[in-house]
Design a protein around this ligand. Structure first.
Ligand SMILES: *Cc1c(COP(=O)(O)O)cnc(C)c1O
Length: 371
């Protein structure tokens, strides 16, 4: 094993260097025009991203959290309504529910895919329930057909949190294009990342798309013609330009991630850990490669000592975060999510990882379980 080789969790600089001339040119073009807001790069990216998602409309916005907020507003979720979602996600998913004044209703996750357990949704529905937000966690789609059926039978909107799953497929359909609105984050570390905060909402509804655009740009139809109060939730031209360049490479990067995941799963399958399960019909894009082990904390520390950076997504399920103490949830309420919080470990995975780096991660984990 190469002692001096380090393996960071991600390497955004290496990613930049691999595209430097394209990116530099695209940014320079924005500066040359100096149309930093609503520049032509934005429309161009939106069109390409809609194509990528196989959907009619895509609108750029400030970040993934704003995307979720816009989607909930477009689905007319109001104070007093309830929205069903998973306790195993990033806090943005539930923050957006609170932004519109709705109540958060958690449903535990499926132990195999870590996405919403579709067998537990119906029992969580009340008269107040108005929407479901499945999260395509780690890069694998939630089980959308049963979710759509339940939504239809109960008159609920479906908002996909696809922040970790750009390009993932559910039975041939790109995530984000399946529910009423799909929400994406282009936070730098996501599979498609900008050079700062950025996001997008996608939908096949012209009405919803127009409304979300209006909301994201101060409710303005024209320069000072504000027809409603909105937000400043725009996507900057520089980010749109960077994203336009990177989107071309995304399918290739996804293949690289899947190849690394395949190598990990093959090499680690004999060890006493749980490796990611891919459901038939799902194309998992491996934003994160998450294993489960009871020795999670010890393994994380062991790897750090060898120069391998592993992280935890997420150590505390949302229902047990201090921010939600007012909801009065307790340990045991959502045991599958809680077990994942205790045992999950995300291994380094990014397209620019070298063979020796991949091998080092495998060797270190193997060594840990041998001693
Ligand atoms: C990253 C992320 C978000 C939030 O995106 P931001 O762009 O950081 O606001 C929302 N949901 C999930 C599941 C995420 O991973």
């Amino acid at each position: 094993m190469n002692k001096n080789l380090t393996v960071p969790f991600n390497d955004l600089h290496k990613n930049y260097v691999s595209l430097k001339s394209d990116i530099d040119l695209a940014i320079q073009e924005v500066i040359n025009k100096s149309q930093f807001i609503n520049g032509p790069q934005l429309q161009k990216f939106e069109k390409k991203f809609a194509q990528f998602c196989q959907i009619k409309y895509a609108a750029g916005c400030a970040n993934g959290t704003a995307a979720l907020h816009l989607a909930l507003l477009a689905c007319r979720i109001k104070p007093g309504d309830e929205v069903i979602t998973t306790p195993m996600s990033f806090i943005a998913t539930t923050e957006a529910i609170t932004y519109v004044g709705a109540g958060i209703k958690f449903v535990d996750i499926d132990p195999k895919t870590y996405t919403l357990d579709v067998n537990k949704i119906e029992q969580a529905i009340t008269k107040k329930t108005k929407a479901i937000i499945p999260v395509h966690l780690y890069g694998q789609s939630a089980d959308m057909n049963p979710i759509l059926e339940i939504a239809k039978a109960n008159g609920l909107a479906v908002i996909e949190d696809a922040a970790q799953a750009h390009g993932a497929l559910y039975k041939e359909h790109p995530v984000g294009s399946i529910g009423d609105v799909g929400c994406f984050s282009f936070y730098p570390g996501k599979n498609l990342g900008a050079f700062g905060d950025a996001g997008a909402v996608v939908t096949n509804s012209k009405e919803k798309s127009d409304f979300m655009r209006l909301l994201a740009n101060h409710g303005r139809k024209d320069k000072y013609d504000h027809v409603i109060e909105g937000y400043n939730y725009r996507l900057d031209s520089i980010h749109a330009a960077v994203l336009g360049v990177k989107l071309k490479y995304l399918p290739h990067w996804i293949k690289k991630r899947q190849e690394i995941a395949r190598q990990y799963s093959e090499a680690l399958s004999a060890l006493p850990i749980i490796t990611p399960k891919i459901v038939d019909g799902n194309n998992h894009v491996f934003h994160l490669y998450v294993i489960m082990t009871k020795k999670r904390n010890e393994l994380k520390e062991f790897l750090a000592g060898k120069g391998v950076q592993a992280l935890v997504h997420y150590p505390t399920p949302i229902h047990l975060l201090k921010a939600y103490r007012h909801l009065e949830h307790k340990t045991g309420d959502f045991p599958v999510a809680e077990r994942l919080g205790e045992q999950a470990l995300s291994l380094p995975i990014y397209p620019e990882m070298s063979e020796p780096q991949i091998q080092k991660v495998i060797d270190c984990i193997t060594l840990f379980f041998k001693q």
